[in-house]
Write a protein that binds this ligand. Structure first.
Ligand SMILES: Nc1nc2c(ncn2[C@@H]2O[C@H](COP(=O)(O)OP(=O)(O)OP(=O)(O)O)[C@@H](O)[C@H]2O)c(=O)[nH]1
Ligand SMILES: [Mg+2]
Length: 345
């Protein structure tokens, strides 16, 4: 089961590509496309709410294992750069830089663009990503891209087996009521293995529940491993008790305020004590106010690009997280909105 996110700047060919990789399914601020044939199962997520919403971009990336960054013949623009910064802050491991609309360019120009992109992404999470050229008009490179996605998917799947034995966590992206069944949620097992009849807790609301049944791509299963996209029928809760971003788990930290040790992107705008930042973890987000900034134990007024700080942040919305969860910080007033990544202390 492979899960990919298609991202990039406006009119870079994202939706046309997504449409070639599966059948259109649910639409919110992300649009899902499904494909299943024999043992090849693919979920493609188009971050349709981006660029208006950075949350759409982060949601698509968090629900996927492989990112497809679309770059059209016009090359990099500020939004494509913002996508690269988000991938770098997330420490996103697997992806392909796809040069789209090859029919509108020519081989030498595409090769030059690739060299330029390799230079720009040196030292970022994208440093060792593969490059591939396609056209959804002439179909050039499309079969090869599918093969590449599935072979990367197999590799990611093998990596995920090391997560199967961790405590189970399921990140929820949809919750609804089904007549005769009750609360049904859709999400991804981010680590561990879940079983029908498991008792879990929905965080941050701390609602006790039981997994009644599990489906993977509309097929009933008894267990689901790390990396699986699942539909779960839940007992003892109602769909209104569970929102997107909730985590089903045995144990999570829950708080409104956060202390985060963070590293600012080289391309971030600086921020100061008193500023509002948006904090993202998994599929959750919340606005938090910067109460204090410390650099090597000393209080400072401002945080500057490329540097490390300990932030004291005050919020009003409960967030669920675990020790190793990576937080991403954004300043929604900025031109380039992503600011930093960090971990709670
Ligand atoms: N010539 C050519 N045109 C393409 C190709 N792929 C997409 N297009 C066209 O490019 C335009 C944008 O394509 P979309 O797939 O909507 O791109 P997008 O990135 O989803 O665009 P937004 O969601 O609006 O940002 C459309 O008019 C497409 O028909 C291609 O391979 N070749
Ligand atoms: Mg689109």
């Amino acid at each position: 089961m492979t899960k990919i996110a298609i991202i990039g700047s406006e009119k870079s060919g994202k939706t046309t590509l997504a449409g070639k990789l599966g059948k259109k399914g649910s639409v919110t601020d992300i649009t899902m496309y499904d494909y299943a044939k024999n043992d090849r199962v693919l979920t493609t997520i188009d971050a349709t709410g981006y660029p208006a919403s950075v949350k759409s971009l982060l949601t698509a990336l968090n629900l996927s294992d492989i990112a497809i960054l679309c770059i059209p013949p016009q090359g990099l623009d500020p939004l494509a750069a913002e996508c690269i910064i988000s991938l770098d802050l997330l420490g996103y491991k697997h992806g392909i830089v796809v040069q789209t609309k090859a029919d509108l360019s020519y081989p030498l120009a595409l090769e030059e663009m690739k060299e330029k992109l390799k230079k720009i992404t040196k030292g970022t999470a994208l440093e060792n990503w593969q490059y591939h050229t396609i056209s959804t008009t002439s179909f050039e490179g499309m079969e090869e891209l599918k093969e590449l996605i599935f072979s990367m998917g197999d590799m990611v799947g093998a990596e995920q087996r090391s997560l199967d034995s961790l405590p189970a966590r399921v990140v929820i992206d949809q919750s609804f009521n089904v007549t005769g069944i009750g609360c049904v949620v859709l999400g991804v097992v981010s680590q561990g293995t879940i079983h029908a009849k498991d008792k879990m807790v929905a965080y941050p609301a701390k609602k006790d529940l039981e997994i009644r049944s599990i489906q993977m791509h509309d097929v009933d299963v008894k267990t689901a491993p790390a990396g699986a996209r699942v539909g779960l029928a839940l007992k003892n809760v109602q769909s209104k008790d569970i929102d997107r971003g909730f985590v089903l788990s045995a144990q999570e930290n829950v708080s409104e305020d956060l202390n985060i040790e963070c590293t600012l992107s080289q391309l971030a705008k600086d921020f100061a004590v008193g500023d509002m930042l948006h904090v993202y973890v998994g599929l959750q987000s919340a606005p938090l106010k910067v109460k204090s900034i410390k650099q090597e134990g000393q209080s400072v007024e401002k945080a500057k690009p490329g540097k490390k700080y300990l932030l004291e942040l005050a919020g009003t919305k409960e967030i669920a997280y675990s020790k190793n969860d990576r937080f991403v910080l954004a300043n929604l007033d900025g031109k380039q909105r992503f600011v930093a990544f960090g971990y709670s202390q």
